[in-house]
Design a protein around this ligand. Sequence first.
Ligand code: NAD
Ligand code: AHE
Ligand code: ZN
Length: 381
Amino acid sequence: MASTVGKTITCKAAIAWGPGKDLSYEDVEVLPPRAHEVRIKIEYTGVCHTDAYTLSGKDPEGAFPVILGHEGAGTVESVGEGVTNVKPGDHVVALYTPECKECKFCKSNKTNLCGKIRATQGKGVMPDGTSRFRARGQDILHFMGTSTFSQYTVVADISVVAVQQDAPMDRTCLLGCGITTGYGAARITARVEEGSNVAVFGAGCVGLSVVQGAVAQKAGKIIVVDVNPAKEEWARRFGATDFVNPAQLPEGKSVVDRLIEMTDGGCDYTFDCTGNVSVMRAALEACHKGWGESIIIGVAAAGQEIATRPFQLVTGRVWRGSAFGGVKGRSQLPDLVTDYLEGRLKVDEFITHRKTLPEINDAFEVMKQGDCIRAVLNMQA
Ligand code: NAD
Ligand code: AHE
Ligand code: ZN
């Protein structure tokens, strides 16, 4: 096959032309990578709720037309000038939380947020302010610095990490968001201690990954809270010790009361994995007085705000947040792939649905149903 290096590639992508519209499967032109950029042939991508959230038009940063997708794995097709961290043929995972290793954030051991390209990433363009995608004669925006719903994508070199060649890409794609986010939130953001009591609100891919992280940290009680009764079996399979359905509590008893009762005064750590601001409040208020920490992971819709009585914080409860599980992608993601390959990290178990790129709108539909943990798209089929 003739080399594509340095040339524009025409391939298929799912383009979001406007909020609330179905994605359109069509040709896209993918320009060659410029300096410090990498063009990736995407093999597999997971569909995350954040993609649906932006498609719905509720993301204040959302702009159209755009190629969504941020849970992708593939092979490096070509690199621009000055790229040293990956080379053509490498198997990679795209990183929506980049790691430049040079900025104030990257040099801090307190955060995984990198500041280098955040402004342009939020605007849907490459760091030089332009797009590498064209369709129907117009520029198409990038999303989260990754745009994995295209057979080829271009990302900044700091937004990609090479991983073990023998790791299956239909699994490593899920380490690009959901699994890493929950697992890291328990292990890196919260640093759950041995024997501590944990409550996880929402047992989707993120919440079940928090459970997995809490098990790795040898937590005591791991209580999953979900309004979907079918999630009890899922929660226990991942290591939850207890399950609470807020919709099935006796009249007058709140989920906060129930958790406080089950943990002799409140949880040491709670996690919101729902994106619902009322749940976020309950998660904070279910924490133990004096030291309980609540970590917000869920993405709330635009305009939503969190509230509680300040007394909750005055009396020692801590409210925190976590993006991508506090994981510094280039430094730490290969270790998670090793954990997966060596049987310490569950990944296969999260895949409930498999689809191809032309079926992407079906994948968005199944994601909204209670029996889907993750749908993985085969991008080249
Ligand atoms: P999901 O929809 O698969 O899971 C959410 C779960 O919450 C479901 O099981 C649902 O039944 C349950 N739920 C809904 N309302 C509830 C309520 N009132 N009380 C208890 N349970 C309730 O979603 P997911 O893929 O696991 O993602 C969870 C959230 O995390 C989303 O908001 C997503 O956008 C966000 N997210 C954030 C990051 C980050 O880096 N911060 C990364 C990935 C995803
Ligand atoms: N763009 C939204 C916020 C969306 C958001 O919170 N994104 C999470 C990742 S969700 C992955 O599924 C995140 O990491 N945010 C940190 C960042 O720098 O984007 C808004 O409200 O503007
Ligand atoms: Zn995501």
